[in-house]
Design a protein around this ligand. Structure first.
Ligand SMILES: Cc1cc2nc3c(=O)[nH]c(=O)nc-3n(C[C@H](O)[C@H](O)[C@H](O)COP(=O)(O)OP(=O)(O)OC[C@H]3O[C@@H](n4cnc5c(N)ncnc54)[C@H](O)[C@@H]3O)c2cc1C
Length: 309
């Protein structure tokens, strides 16, 4: 039905139907998308969104699915997976990337050239678009780790697809970046690509930061390959990490069905094998209630909830 409604605006052989979403998320949870389309270039991505809008079909954009929980009943309409992947070097210390470029690949392009500013985000699953959406962040390098670094610090400009179908380039300072947020939230705008202005550093020093960051993460976070997750579930409260509050409620290891609060990091819920989205939601509610009862604060999820639960 969706293929017919698109009326040939997208190549029908590339629109797959009833596609399970679980393998397309890092949580490995979620029912089927009615239809799925992999967009492979910026123009293809813009065309897919415009085609869905014109046909009145609800659409959902995903990158690596690393910051979302998809409902057990799946997603109605067209899911567009951002598989755009072009990277270029318009000048010294400058990278331009399609929004579907995987951040790990972008970091490699920069660090091989001795360009600094992206190395902090090594080991975090993300596309460029997902990084812009949530203003990707991590702690500054060891040993101090005294502040949070944000990808906003190296974003020079972003190409946006506006809700009326036109494109516009805005400066990084116009992106309304904040903690876990940007102007992409609620605006109906989609990032098609971004330019990054990077610093210079010794290649060996960049390698050291990356190895230390990977070691730090490996010791404190559950391994994604073994324990699928969506990273941190809740936002900070008044600068205090939600994990600390959940831990103080004695909830590490708390489990409903296949969803468990990680033994390593109390702000991460892991899929122990057969978790459903309902299991995860039940664990989220339990943690919210426990923290509210003990500390009087309601935890707010930072992950996105997609589809029907
Ligand atoms: C193990 C693990 C560790 C993590 N650690 C960190 C961490 O240290 N720091 C951190 O900041 N995050 C962390 N995260 C969260 C996650 O990696 C980031 O939020 C990441 O940016 C998500 O990118 P994505 O491509 O998977 O986005 P998705 O999850 O696919 O999408 C997230 C949202 O962004 C929107 N979106 C995606 N692309 C675009 C676009 N081009 N234009 C407009 N909207 C778009 C989607 O519609 C969706 O609403 C972690 C996650 C995991 C699983």
């Amino acid at each position: 039905m969706i293929v017919a409604a698109l009326g040939g605006a997208l190549d029908p052989s590339r629109v797959r139907t009833a596609v399970p979403m679980a393998p397309l998320t890092t949580f490995r949870i979620g029912g089927p998308a009615d239809a799925l389309y992999d967009a492979t270039s910026g123009a293809d991505l813009a065309n897919a969104i415009t085609a869905a809008r014109s046909a009145g079909i609800p659409w959902t954009l995903v990158g690596l699915g690393a910051n979302v929980l998809v409902g057990d009943r799946g997603i109605r309409g067209l899911v567009i997976r951002n598989a755009t992947g072009q990277v270029s070097t318009p000048g010294p210390n400058r990278l331009h990337a399609d929004s579907g470029v995987v951040v790990a690949d972008l970091i490699r392009s920069a660090s091989d050239r001795g360009w600094s500013g992206l190395e902090h985000y090594v080991g975090i699953p993300s596309t460029v678009g997902g990084a812009l959406w949530q203003n990707l962040h991590f702690l500054s390098p060891a040993p101090e780790r005294e502040r949070t670094m944000f990808i906003a610090e190296v974003v020079e400009s972003v190409e946006l697809l506006l809700p009326d179908g036109t494109a516009k380039t805005v400066g990084g300072d116009e992106m309304a970046f904040g903690y876990d947020t940007s102007r992409l939230h609620g605006s109906g705008e989609v990032a098609l690509g971004a330019s990054f202005h990077l610093g210079s550093a010794d290649v060996g020093a960049l390698q050291r930061v990356m190895q230390e960051n990977l070691g730090w993460r490996g010791a404190r976070h559950p391994w994604l390959e073994w324990h699928p997750s969506a990273g941190s579930i809740f936002r900070k409260i008044d600068g205090v990490g939600a994990g600390r509050l959940i831990d103080q409620c004695g909830l590490k290891g708390f489990r409903i069905g296949g969803a468990q609060i990680s033994h390593l990091h109390a702000n991460i819920i892991v899929n122990c094998g057969r978790a459903t989205a309902s299991d995860v939601r039940a664990v989220i509610s339990h943690a919210q209630e426990a923290v509210e009862r003990r500390f009087g604060h309601r935890l707010v999820p930072e992950i996105g909830f997609l589809g029907e639960f």
